[in-house]
Each structure stands twice: as structure tokens, then as C-alpha cells.
Ligand binder design. Structure first.
Ligand SMILES: *[C@@H]1O[C@H](CO)[C@@H](O)[C@H](O)[C@H]1NC(C)=O
Ligand SMILES: *[C@@H]1O[C@H](CO)[C@@H](O)[C@H](O)[C@H]1NC(C)=O
Ligand SMILES: *[C@@H]1O[C@H](CO)[C@@H](O)[C@H](O)[C@H]1NC(C)=O
Ligand SMILES: *[C@@H]1O[C@H](CO)[C@@H](O)[C@H](O)[C@H]1NC(C)=O
Length: 416
């Protein structure tokens, strides 16, 4: 069912050894070019209906939608065929230093980018679904302070580690029975035993936030700060907020409304991926247009409506390169298994993590889940809670400067 062997063959290992990592770590240059002609051939030859069916008409509407409009799919398909160039994307992705290592039998792909600053804080950045390591790339230069514009305003710089979660991109699929808690354990091993960081910080979004929260609570001697923009707890409904005497400010009323919309009309994919991951996984396995339809809808509906303008780098090209990565690494089916393997991914009962490490939180206006400050305080040692007006569920793409600035506030609370 998993074609990890084909994936391994398509990776090209560099010969020189990297001095700053142990011998079990292998440098990696990503080369997925071999499958691109087949992908584009399928993209080209897939038949689509000639016009919107009257029952399937919809527009970009984050409150009510029948799903991805045919016109949007056609325009993305045209761009995939006419101007998207995987070779260029691959070259740009390979500007960063990629590695693989084996932990508990799992091949883990990660990027490691150090800062020039000897006092830099090590941090691990954790993506979710339908994200990938690509989602976090815009943060790297901002967090390592290679981007000179932010040198003055950020209180700290970071040594960045950015893995692909098991089952995603270039990491091997998670075995049966694997949970986000297992992922947290092997990533703590990666940071401490493999890469040699005694303490570090974590940032996570979506499923990455579930892993980040496990790291924060379960590894309280090594994980000494966390920044999240999502929580692995069921977002509150209006009755629960009322019962807790939580009153919402103007912007929060809209955030809560979007959160309820997602729980109602936006979570069909969630039920499918939790209960029948193989059906959707196999249906779309060799179907790039199918993967594009399933994934693009989420990127469009869950992000800031100003997508692709202002600070947002979530362009149509970005969506195409994410979908290409899923397709070219055969990882769509293994990625959706994260839902089935973690059916309790959102806990209903709020509990506090057993740690005194600082927790920082950013609430992005257009995210699909909303947790007011009073509830984030319930789950950890909250020291910083910020509302960002621009951004949604993919803040590293929606608003990388604001997210990097908030993550950087870790430096104000950091004690080794
Ligand atoms: C990628 O691999 C293909 C063979 O599959 C080879 O022809 C090509 O030169 C490689 N590209 C790079 C950038 O190494
Ligand atoms: C979205 O759809 C709803 C219900 O049809 C409508 O009330 C709302 O104005 C629409 N929003 C936009 C931005 O078109
Ligand atoms: C909410 O406020 C009411 C009235 O002031 C009070 O009786 C109740 O105990 C409060 N509930 C909580 C959870 O604080
Ligand atoms: C870390 O976790 C352990 C085990 O849950 C707990 O006993 C300890 O008090 C925690 N440390 C801090 C600083 O919270």
C-alpha cells in the first residue's frame, strides 16, 4: 500500500558529510523530477465538465460553499500546465540544507538552518495537513535573522529545524497504531540525541500543533517554550463560552463565527479522513487533479481572503507546488492516515500541560478554529496572547512576518 521504496530511490544523497550533525544523519538533495512528466500528462488528460453544473455553482465564499468552483479548478489546472515549473521549485527548495535520519525505524526528513548568533534558540517547526515542510519555508530567513530587515525588531534568533511529519512528503509513512504522541517522542529524540540540543522551543500549527503540544507537556525538561496558533482541544461553541462567562470582543465574535462554520459546513473531509482514509487515499492516489481539488479547497477556504496579496505568499503557484509534492512523494494516502490514527486529536476536556515552560499563542483572524485567551490559559503557562488581523489557518504562508515576530517573542521568556 505504501510505496516508500520508490520514494527512497528518487532521493539523491550527497556524498560529502556534514560536520555539524552526527554520522547517522545524511545530507539530501531533493530530486523528484522523474515522475513529473507522468503527473503533467495526467493533469493534461483529465476530463472536466464543460461548465459549472447548476447544482454545483459556488464562488469564493468562506461562509457558505459547495466546495471548489469548477472555474477555480480550471484556472489552477491551466497554470499547472502552462507556467508551473517543478524544476524551478525544486531548485529553490534545495537552497536549504536537507537531511534524513532514522529514529525508531522511521526515516525522518528535515531541514536544519542555523543562525550566525551563538546565543540562538533552537526551534522545531511543525506543519499540519494539508501542509508540508514547504508551508514553513517562509519563516526560515526571518527566524535565523538572515533577513536583515527584522534584525532590530526581533528579540532573538533561532537555529531552525523543520521536519516532514511521518507520512508526509519525504518522511516514511507512520506504522499501524502510530499517534502524535509517538511523533513527539521521535522528534524529541531528533532534537536532543541526534542533533544535540539540550533544550529547544517548538512551534506548531494544525496537526503540528497536536505534536507540539505533546512535546510541550511530555518533555518538559527539554522543551522550554512553545508557540502555537491552533490547539488540540475542541474549540468552544457559544453555549460553552456563555457557561464560562467568556465575553468576546468585536473581532473575536467573527473569529468564533468562522470556527462554528468550520465545525458545521467545513469538516466533511475530517470525518472522511478519520473514518475511511483508504477510500479517499486510494481514490486520489494517482490522480493529481483529484488531489488538487481536495487540497486547494482547504487552502482557499481556510486562509485569509486577501490570499496572495500583502504579506500573504499563498499564491496559486504555492498551492500547485504543495499538491505536486504530495503527488510526487506518493504521500497523499499516508498523510490522511494522521486523522484515522488520532481520532481524539481534538480533546473535549481542557487539561493543563505539566510544565512551567512559557506558552505563546497567536490567534489569526481567518483561522478555522478559535480559542479565546481564557481557554488557552487553561492548557498551559500562557505568557503571551496576540490577535493578528491578517492571516488564517496557514499563517506561515498567510502572514510570515507577523508569525515570525510572534514566535520571536519566545526570546523574551527564554531561560535555558
Ligand atoms: C534528477 O534526476 C534525474 C533522473 O531521474 C536526472 O536526469 C536529473 O539530472 C536530476 N536533477 C538534478 C537537479 O539533480
Ligand atoms: C456567502 O454566502 C452567504 C450565504 O449565501 C451570503 O450571505 C454572503 O453574503 C456570502 N459572502 C460573500 C463574501 O460573498
Ligand atoms: C458565571 O457568572 C455567574 C453569574 O455572575 C456565576 O454564578 C457563575 O458561577 C459564573 N461561572 C463561572 C464558570 O465562572
Ligand atoms: C514535568 O513533568 C513531570 C511528570 O509529569 C512532573 O512531575 C513535573 O512536575 C513537571 N515539571 C514541571 C517543571 O512542571
Amino acid at each position: 500500500m505504501w510505496s516508500s521504496s520508490a520514494l527512497i530511490l528518487s532521493l539523491c544523497f550527497l556524498s560529502e558529510a556534514a560536520s555539524r550533525v552526527t554520522s547517522s544523519v545524511k545530507p539530501l538533495k531533493i530530486n523528484l523530477s522523474e515522475r513529473v512528466p507522468h503527473m503533467l500528462d495526467l493533469v493534461h488528460r483529465t476530463h472536466l465538465p464543460p461548465a459549472e453544473l447548476s447544482a454545483a455553482k459556488s464562488s469564493y465564499n468562506t461562509t457558505l460553499s459547495s466546495g471548489l468552483p469548477l472555474s477555480t479548478l480550471k484556472s489552477l489546472r491551466k497554470e499547472w500546465i502552462t507556467s508551473f515549473k517543478w524544476e524551478l521549485e525544486q531548485e529553490s527548495i534545495n537552497q536549504y540544507h536537507h537531511f534524513t535520519t532514522k529514529v525508531e525505524g522511521q526515516d525522518i526528513h528535515f531541514i536544519q538552518e542555523p543562525s550566525q548568533d551563538p546565543n540562538a534558540v533552537p526551534i522545531i517547526l511543525l506543519h499540519g495537513w494539508p501542509g508540508s515542510f514547504l508551508e514553513m519555508l517562509p519563516l526560515i530567513d526571518l527566524l535565523t535573522l538572515k533577513e536583515p530587515a527584522v534584525k532590530e525588531s526581533h528579540p532573538t534568533s533561532f537555529n531552525v529545524v523543520l521536519p516532514s511529519l511521518p507520512g508526509f512528503g519525504l518522511s516514511t509513512p507512520a506504522p499501524d497504531g502510530w499517534t502524535t504522541s509517538d511523533t513527539a517522542r521521535i522528534l524529541n529524540t531528533l532534537m536532543t540525541k541526534v542533533l544535540g540540543y539540550q533544550t529547544y522551543a517548538v512551534h506548531g500549527t494544525d496537526w503540528g500543533c497536536a505534536v507540539a503540544y505533546e512535546l510541550y507537556g511530555q518533555f518538559n525538561t527539554t522543551v522550554r517554550a512553545a508557540h502555537l496558533n491552533f490547539l488540540p482541544f475542541v474549540p468552544p461553541n457559544l453555549e460553552q463560552l456563555a457557561a464560562l462567562n467568556i465575553t468576546l470582543s468585536g473581532a473575536e465574535v467573527d473569529e468564533e463565527k468562522r470556527s462554528l462554520d468550520w465545525q458545521g459546513a467545513g469538516s466533511g473531509y475530517f470525518a472522511e479522513q478519520t473514518t475511511k482514509p483508504n477510500t479517499i487515499g486510494l481514490a486520489l492516489y494517482d490522480n493529481p487533479i483529484g488531489q488538487l481539488t481536495w487540497i486547494a479547497e482547504k487552502f482557499i477556504l481556510w486562509s485569509d481572503p486577501r490570499r496572495g496579496s500583502g504579506p500573504s505568499v499563498l499564491t496559486d503557484n504555492e498551492i500547485l507546488r504543495v499538491v505536486s509534492l504530495y503527488y510526487l512523494t506518493h504521500s497523499f494516502v499516508s498523510s490522511v492516515y494522521i486523522y484515522a490514527q488520532n481520532p481524539g486529536g481534538f480533546a473535549t476536556k481542557y487539561t493543563k500541560a505539566k510544565t512551567d515552560a512559557p506558552l505563546l499563542y497567536t490567534s489569526f483572524n481567518y483561522n478555522v478554529g478559535f480559542w479565546p485567551k481564557a481557554l488557552v490559559e487553561e492548557v498551559g503557562n500562557l505568557v503571551y496572547y496576540k490577535f493578528q488581523e491578517f492571516g488564517g489557518h496557514f499563517p506561515a504562508l498567510d502572514n510570515p512576518p507577523a508569525l515570525a515576530a510572534d514566535i520571536s517573542m519566545i526570546g523574551k521568556y527564554w531561560h535555558h
